[in-house]
Design a protein around this ligand. Structure first.
Ligand code: KPL
Length: 318
């Protein structure tokens, strides 16, 4: 029997905005084995005093009870103890969601963006009002089985790093590092480029071929993966980012191996009729390429084919 919930949102100092598959996986990992943690809350589409979150891992099942506030009517008072907001929305949802939330966050609250692809942090930077901004990336695999039920489909690296504003307090850093396989990065932008290469290769190919990540290890995909990496290197060089081809390929094939059973987030978006993150991944590369007068035929074709399959209009946050 679950213990009665005596919770006040004011006790929570970390919130997760956008509790989809990755947001829920992180909630479990941040809380460890505490069933009723009082330091974490969710911000989602609708308010619920007690969400019963379930995580299925290879070895066991975890349960967690957390309150959820609705993004549309959350008050500054409900967030007054917050010191860190972890944003696990899709890249294209971040700006709009934070436009409505930023002025309700305490001035000392840090933000951590953790999504596939790149772009939103640049638009956010001038709106932070002195708050610290962290960027992060994870290559853990997670599949949503129900509104509050997630299966972990792959282990992987989770990286965080400072982007601008004040640094995060060390106790919060330590709590983020409770996530298995996580590390602090001094150069988070380079880490994000590595993850961009992973997503640029794995996500559109799995969505177009309707296969799980593991199938991409087959030799028939090697030439396309290699061409995607070459195009990314071209853009990165023009942007002054130093990356190594072999390191990127090694990282991509490692993620393919570690998340072999996972259906990528883009596969899941496309098959479920949701908007994909292609604009923030391969589309982000095309935007930068245009600025530098470069053409990326492989990325262009992937963007065209994914956009032909998935809707463009942004749905409301998860
Ligand atoms: O980030 C991912 C995604 O699906 O979006 C990977 C790491 C490729 C795991 O599937």
């Amino acid at each position: 029997m679950a213990a009665p919930l005596s919770w006040s949102s004011n006790l929570a100092d970390i919130a997760i905005l956008g509790p989809g598959a990755i947001g829920q996986l992180l909630a479990h990992q941040l809380c460890g084995d505490k069933l009723l943690p009082d330091q974490l809350l969710l911000i989602g589409r609708e308010a619920q005093p007690q969400c019963h979150l379930q995580l299925r891992c290879a070895d066991k099942q975890h349960s967690l009870k957390l309150p959820m506030l609705a993004l549309s009517d959350v008050t500054p008072d409900a967030l007054k103890g917050l010191r860190l907001l972890i944003v696990t929305l899709k890249a294209y949802q971040v700006e709009e969601a934070l436009d409505s939330l930023l002025n309700k966050l305490p001035h000392n609250c840090h933000l951590l963006l953790l999504h596939n692809g790149m772009g939103p942090h640049k638009a956010l930077e001038p709106k932070l009002g002195g708050r610290g901004l962290l960027l992060g990336t994870t290559s853990q695999g997670a599949l949503r089985l129900g509104p509050f039920e997630v299966r972990q489909t792959g282990t992987g690296l989770t990286q965080y790093g400072h982007f601008c504003g004040p640094e995060l307090a060390s106790d919060l850093r330590q709590r983020l590092l409770r996530v298995p396989g996580s590390e602090w990065c001094d150069d988070i932008e380079t880490a994000l480029w590595h993850k961009l290469a992973v997503n640029a290769a794995i996500n559109p190919l799995t969505a177009l071929e309707r296969v799980n990540n593991g199938v991409l290890a087959e030799p028939r995909f090697a030439a396309t993966i290699s061409a995607i990496v070459d195009e990314l290197l071209l853009v990165a060089r023009a942007e002054g980012i130093r990356l190594e081809r072999e390191v990127l390929l090694e990282r991509i094939y490692k993620v393919i191996e570690l998340t072999a059973a996972n259906f990528s987030s883009m596969y899941q978006d496309v098959t479920q009729g949701r908007r994909s993150e292609i604009d923030a991944i391969n589309g982000f590369l095309l935007t930068l390429a245009e600025r530098h007068g470069l053409t990326l035929p492989v990325d262009q074709e992937l963007v065209n084919r994914i956009n032909a399959l998935s809707p463009k209009a942004a749905p409301t946050p998860r």
